[in-house]
Ligand binder design. Sequence first.
Ligand SMILES: Nc1nc2c(ncn2[C@@H]2O[C@H](COP(=O)(O)OP(=O)(O)OP(=O)(O)O)[C@@H](O)[C@H]2O)c(=O)[nH]1
Ligand SMILES: [Mg+2]
Length: 489
Amino acid sequence: MSESLLEQTRTLLRTAIDSNAGTPEAAGLEAVLDRLDDPLRVAVAGKVKAGKSTLLNALVGEELAPTDAGECTKIVTWYRDGVTYKVMLHPKVGDSRQVQFTRDAGAIDVALGSTPAEEVDRLEVDWPSAALKKMTLIDTPGIGSLSAEVSARTTAFLAPDDDRVTPADAVLYLMKHLHTTDLDFLAGFHDEEVSQATPVNAIAVLSRADEVAAGRLDAMESAIKIAARYRTEPKVRKLVQTVVPVAGLLAVTGETLREAEYAALAKLAAATEPPVEKLLVSADRFANADSPALTTMERGALLDRLGLFGVRLAVGFIRDGSAPNAGALAAALVTRSGLDDLRRVLLSQFADRRDLLKARSGLLAVEAAARARPGPGTEALLSELERITAGAHEFREMRLLNALRSGAVTPKAGDLEDMERLLGTSGPAPATRLGLPAEASENDVRAAAQAALAKWQRRAESPMASPETSDAARILMRTCEGILAAPVG
Ligand SMILES: Nc1nc2c(ncn2[C@@H]2O[C@H](COP(=O)(O)OP(=O)(O)OP(=O)(O)O)[C@@H](O)[C@H]2O)c(=O)[nH]1
Ligand SMILES: [Mg+2]
């Protein structure tokens, strides 16, 4: 069997390091090579207060990243699985050092010491966590923050316009509504070279989904509909793989729900004078109205943890008996938040594609270094890079997906969905690509792959097909052949 894409990337990185020996580029490429075997690095990005840190915490299942205020929300922070709890501060200039942190109630509070936030390049938090084993998560400051400088830090991190390469392998982009600045940003993040602007490494999250319908109980249903509509927008399709609605606050609070909070919510659910419906008309009313059920402080705390929608939802679950205890309520909140769907999408679109995404990052790094410091070996290096990207079927699939998404290839009606699925937009597992349930038998998968191969062969050879469609069909045939050639068992 031919060398895997990741192995070819490794070899090319080594060649590039040799031919740049002694330069800063070589050091940068060494770092890329070292990280090729690390977990995937996924950045969480989006506008100010889009709910990035909250969602990151939900994905880890712990309150780690500071939310709302504080200097550290303005610093790019990596959270990765580690053997001990440790925080490293990497300044823009000078040596990295380990720093102290505290964790009294919730988020990690890092002591920056004498270093002002604007002089910090990034913080790296090592945190033993099963959730971080597959993916390192990177919290970024909000884009479009009041301070242009803070926003610039995120843009520089995700879409550096010098010849540095973005340190993220993939991006989770949070948006509350569709803004053109969101799209501009995403467009900038997508490189044109190795992968030709592909949505393969980006997923959009319709964040704070519980707020979509001003806290009404059908908020999540509305959010699901809005996300489905976004998914069909050509502008969005060109940039991201899919759009998933998530209420991060509900998720993280569900995962960390305390007995005392359940008790407070149960008291509310039982309140009669005034009944809880009257209190829950608005966040303001809930926080400030007279009620013997809970103190205003207790109500304020519940609002911070759950939002108005979350409090309504929790009270409803307790009343209808579906949450008789804290554990049941916690599970119900997480289920309703959409977090499980996001986890599934992350797994199939990012984690299961790790090698492809890592190879892509590595090849981009080689290309950036070659352009930054052209030398005698550069031409050979670039032609090898070209050979790898043109030859790797994974990249051809990426380019085809991009062509479909951008409208450069227009298949006949009914084919588009099959094509996208076969290219892995619903997940890269063979059964999923063929539209079969995940538990389909080997025989069923093979039979479906045979049928798909025959279908795309007919399309490829059809005298009616445009050259683009024939090319597309041939790529899909190769995908089917790959599935059929995979070892059984
Ligand atoms: N109702 C509701 N509120 C949320 C949700 N996610 C975050 N929030 C609230 O929105 C505010 C900002 O949340 P963060 O997670 O700090 O947002 P961020 O995008 O990290 O903000 P910056 O880093 O400052 O740009 C906090 O008060 C959160 O409690 C959500 O899903 N629903
Ligand atoms: Mg934040």
